[in-house]
Write a protein that binds this ligand. Structure first.
Ligand code: ADP
Ligand code: ZN
Length: 723
């Protein structure tokens, strides 16, 4: 028998299919070890045949077949082709996406529990060894007992002595790790409202492949997803349910556990390698039928998919920032097509691209206008911060926000205070000469962290001592400017001494249940105010929150990005949506320095349609996505000269394309990237705006051509940030 193998080396020169002889019974989808270039390499079997296409004496044998049952589902091979041609990556890189990384490099060791059993009761134990006698008698009664616990009862020495004498033996039993064993299952199935029922029927009856559920915050989208999943399971099919990375909320987990028990497997980046592997294997073996997780869960090893759901479809985390730089929505569409199943996108603030497709009839558009609790969306009060400053209020909170906070706290309700981390620079500034502290390895300003009184680089993690004097002029007036979450918490404590305050941002969240702990304690009302960055904006459902404060609504408007208006609208709508979700109506105080901005006005009125109409008109007139494609070729390397040389080559080649078809290029230029250096690598870019994807393939080819050991060249399409 012969196996067609893709070697697990992501390099364009070995991006082809190799043939090996293999043992009978080797299945397609298995992982193998094969001789390759004088060494051994791992590989994936993508086909088997009875005869070889090469002279048999030239075909080497497979060294080892790893899996009893194949790791890869058959669909992988079709997706592999699509992904490698769409994103111009070697087939091996595409296949890797389908396996937990732990599985590839043999990092997963199965976890065993040791069980002690009596082997030979007649072994003589001297009467002086009291503990050993007791342990043996105990074990004879119990038949078998957990080794670790036995040791803690009778002492490790005694138990080990019994093993040595042959009286007791150990047996290994596999533990099925359950990463969320502690999560309580809550939330029974609800009777759908009329609006929800209409949405479910629309999904099930429409013959369109893709459905966009545009439902205001609190309209019960989750319940719709869960119903559709239930229906799909009843048909004997499987489901993928994607949520943005960090919005895997405690409520969502417990609902899934309660509804679907062991049928749901949760793939989350915070899991340990072993846990991830176990969840993955439960899906692959068919024990679990629903894959829930962030972006990478789109590659879940499920067969016979009945539905793919992408919640908060506008979220940036659905774009992969490392190669292959895929868009999760693309992959979801490929998988839905392969399986002939439905793809449901949901959001209160759909991306302009998706909404445009829904408006034009390509997607089935489902609109939910009402909140489940029957109350209006929270009233948004605008605080003009310029007036506050004029009145002498230099604190982070407007007087309206203070008043509302006071009221909320005395009513026994909860508040969320949101600030846009990107907007607040906690940079260190010399007030004498204007010096700003920067990272030595990256061209970015450092951020002050008061917990450990040091400066940190958010790009490479480097830590620096807090400056006492300016390194440039020696002046002593070094200050950190701006307001961060830490300072907001300090100010809140001063203003509301009895309030219990929780903070959630990248610095306070760590470990797999970091989010979970903070969010659960807030949900359990162990705190009154939750202060945080983007993380608090996502799909949380806290019934007692009746006030949301947005400290710097317009900060994200100041970024030079065609999507900054869209982002700002999304952020305001999403954060506001956390208020007044249950019994009582909610309020929002929105602080801004430019209350007249039209994006803010649409947001304050929850006017998504108005925002969209305006935005799409502007993009059409100025040629921005979805009416154009922004394409950036990044050129990076430690050697500045070599990177520059590659940049020139790439640019010349693109310029030649432009010369041959001037109409297609709206914009083309080469430059240093805004962040000139990250982790000692110099960064350059060829930036272009194209009317279509006509030349995309050629641009990908160019990048591959000029990428080498010194210089990394890669393509980004509509990149999330142009940093
Ligand atoms: P969205 O995702 O649209 O913001 P959620 O799915 O979080 O909204 O639902 C908002 C709240 O309404 C949740 O607390 C949820 O449990 C509740 N809910 C949803 N559907 C129903 C229903 N049919 N009956 C009662 N409560 C519901
Ligand atoms: Zn750095």
């Amino acid at each position: 028998m012969y196996a067609q193998v893709i070697v697990d080396i992501a390099h364009s020169q070995v991006d082809k299919i190799f043939e090996y002889s293999c043992p009978d019974g080797t299945s397609v989808g298995s992982r193998v070890k094969v001789p390759f270039g004088g060494r051994y390499a791992d590989g994936f079997v993508i086909g088997v045949s009875a005869v070889s296409t090469f002279p048999p004496e030239k075909v080497k044998p497979v060294k080892e077949v790893f899996d009893e049952s194949p790791a890869l589902v058959p669909e992988c091979f079709s997706l592999m082709e699509r992904i490698s041609s769409r994103y111009k990556v070697p087939k091996a890189s595409a296949l890797r996406l389908f396996l937990p990384s732990e599985m590839r490099l043999g990092k997963v060791r199965e976890i065993y529990k040791k069980i002690a059993k009596v082997k030979d009761i007649s072994v003589q134990i001297s009467s002086s060894a009291k503990k050993q006698k007791e342990a043996l008698n105990f074990l004879a009664e119990q038949k078998s007992y957990d080794y670790t616990e036995l040791c803690s009862l009778f002492g490790r020495g005694a138990v080990n002595a019994l093993i040595e004498k042959g009286a007791v033996e150990l047996e290994k039993v596999k533990i099925n790790r359950n990463p969320f064993a502690g999560v309580k299952g809550e939330g029974c199935e609800k009777v759908l409202t009329e609006e929800q029922q209409r949405a479910v029927s629309s999904v099930e009856n429409s013959d369109k492949r893709v459905h966009l559920i545009h439902g205001v915050t609190g309209s019960g989208k989750t319940e719709i997803y869960l119903h559709v999943i239930s229906d799909v399971l009843k048909l004997g099919k499987t489901a993928i349910f994607l949520v943005p990375e960090i919005s895997l909320t405690p409520q969502m987990l417990s609902q899934l556990r309660a509804r679907f028990k062991g049928e749901a497997a949760i793939l989350h980046s915070g899991l340990s390698a072993g846990e991830k592997f176990d969840e993955w294997w439960r899906l692959r073996s068919g024990e679990a039928k629903i894959a829930v997780g962030a972006r990478s869960a789109i590659f879940a090893p499920l067969e016979n998919l009945g539905v793919i759901i992408v919640d908060e479809e506008h979220d940036q985390s659905y774009f992969s920032e490392t190669a292959p730089r895929y868009s999760t929505l693309d992959i979801a569409r490929f998988r839905a097509e392969y399986n002939g199943c439905k793809l449901i996108l949901g959001s209160a603030t759909p991306s302009v691209e998706s909404y445009e497709k829904a408006k034009s009839g390509e997607y089935n558009l489902i609109t939910l206008k009402k909140r489940i609790n029957g109350r209006p969306l929270p009233e948004i009060i605008i605080s003009d911060m310029r007036k506050e400053v004029r009145r002498g209020n230099n604190s982070a909170f407007s007087s309206a926000l203070r008043e509302e906070l006071d009221k909320t706290l005395s009513d026994g309700n909860q508040a969320i205070i949101f600030l846009n981390r990107r907007g607040y620079s906690q940079k260190v500034l010399c007030r004498d000469c204007g010096y700003v502290a920067k990272c030595e390895h990256c061209d970015v300003t450092l951020t002050y962290h008061s917990e450990d009184d040091c400066l940190k680089c958010h790009y490479c993690g480097a830590k620096y001592k807090m400056l006492t004097a300016c390194p440039q002029c020696g002046g002593l007036h070094v200050r950190y400017g701006g307001t961060g979450t830490q300072r907001v918490v300090a100010d809140l404590k001063a203003a509301f001494p009895s309030a219990r305050i929780l903070r959630m941002d990248n610095d306070t969240v760590s470990g797999k249940d970091g989010h979970y702990k903070i969010l659960s304690s807030f949900a359990n009302k162990q705190a009154d105010i939750l202060v945080g960055t983007q993380m608090v904006a996502k799909g949380h459902d806290f019934p007692s929150v009746t006030l949301v404060g947005i400290l710097d609504a317009d900060m994200s408007l100041q970024f030079e990005d065609y999507r900054s208006g869209e982002r700002t609208f999304q952020l305001i709508t999403q954060v506001s949506g956390r208020s007044g979700r249950a019994g009582e109506s909610g309020k929002v105080v929105l602080q801004t320095y430019c209350p007249e901005n039209y994006i803010l006005r649409f947001a304050v009125n929850y006017d998504y349609e108005g925002f969209f109409e305006n935005e799409i008109r502007v993009r059409k007139a100025t040629y921005f996505p979805p009416y154009a494609l922004i394409c950036r070729v990044m050129v990076m390397g430690y050697d500045e000269e070599k990177a520059l040389a590659a940049l020139k080559e790439v640019y010349l080649a693109v310029e030649a394309l432009q010369q041959s078809d001037k109409d297609e290029f709206i914009f083309l230029n080469k430059m240093r990237s805004p962040i000139k250096k990250i982790q000692e690598k110099f960064r350059f870019q060829v930036l272009m705006r194209l009317k279509s994807d006509k030349y995309l393939k050629q641009i990908y080819d160019l990048a591959a051509k000029y990428s080498d050991a010194h210089t990394l060249v890669y393509v980004e399409e509509n990149p999330a940030a142009l940093s």
